[in-house]
Design a protein around this ligand. Structure first.
Ligand code: ADP
Ligand code: MG
Length: 225
């Protein structure tokens, strides 16, 4: 399978703290990859560099032959908006908007008419089993529902890659499993790759393969399942 997104020789420091020390990774089209490792090992930093959110101090990030680190900020933002989807541990929904408006937001920002955006968003909310909270605000939903709304919002633009940093970190195990099941099923149906950061083996079990990060260095564990 073709490599979609890769990073090589990433270094990143925050002051005197070295977060990445030569990390590399390759993500193929449509695969679900779990980035594992202890707390503080550099998982989130690796994810943020891969997603073009954080510039590495050195090293390259390549998406479909384009070097993300060499692009202008505008080009990189545009690529993130059109090709990538994001799910984080908490707090990524806009509290003032309804859940439906949250899911529709990325489509509205790319110029889609309200009616079309809301129709597409309702479909995604049904797939994630959160259509019942469409008219509620995020603060009125449960944690599991909120994360499933966030997954619907990440998928509504038909991204090629979904980045998820500890998406179940704030949930109990039953709700965590439900989020992972629905996220990975929907991603497999649409052909989106998923780059998932987790420190829980139970969550990583939804992936095709694991990459372990230790002290800012990554190692591929190929096809452990
Ligand atoms: P993980 O996600 O595996 O827990 P991180 O990538 O968040 O690890 O962090 C790796 C190292 O970099 C840690 O020592 C962390 O404290 C440090 N770090 C991460 N982000 C920042 C930041 N914005 N400012 C300062 N230090 C940071
Ligand atoms: Mg982290």
């Amino acid at each position: 399978m073709t490599t979609l997104l890769s990073a090589e020789g990433l270094h990143k420091s925050f002051g005197k703290t070295s977060a990445l020390d030569g990390a590399g990774i390759a993500i193929r089209e449509g695969e679900v990859v779990a980035i594992m490792g202890p707390s503080g090992s550099g998982k989130s930093t690796l994810l943020h560099c891969l997603a073009g959110i954080l510039p590495p101090d050195s090293g390259t990030v390549t998406y479909r032959g384009q070097d993300l680190t060499a692009m202008t900020d505008n080009a990189r933002s545009e690529l993130r908006r059109t090709e990538f989807g994001f799910v984080f541990q908490f707090g990524q929904l806009v509290p003032e908007l309804t859940c439906l408006e949250n899911v529709a937001l990325p489509l509205r920002l790319s110029g889609m008419k309200r009616k079309d955006a809301e129709r597409a968003s309702r479909d995604w909310m049904e797939r994630l089993e959160v259509d019942t909270v469409a008219d509620q605000r995020p603060g009125e939903t449960s944690g599991g529902q909120g994360q499933r709304v966030a997954v619907a919002r990440a998928l509504v633009t038909a991204p090629k890659v979904v980045f998820a940093d500890e998406p179940t970190g704030a949930l109990d195990s039953l709700n965590g499993e439900r989020v992972m099941h629905l996220l990975t099923t929907a991603a497999r149906e649409t052909g989106a790759a998923v780059v998932l950061v987790t420190h829980e083996a139970r969550v990583a079990a939804y992936s095709d393969r694991e990459v372990v990060v230790r002290d800012g260095r990554s190692r591929d564990v190929e096809f452990v399942r």
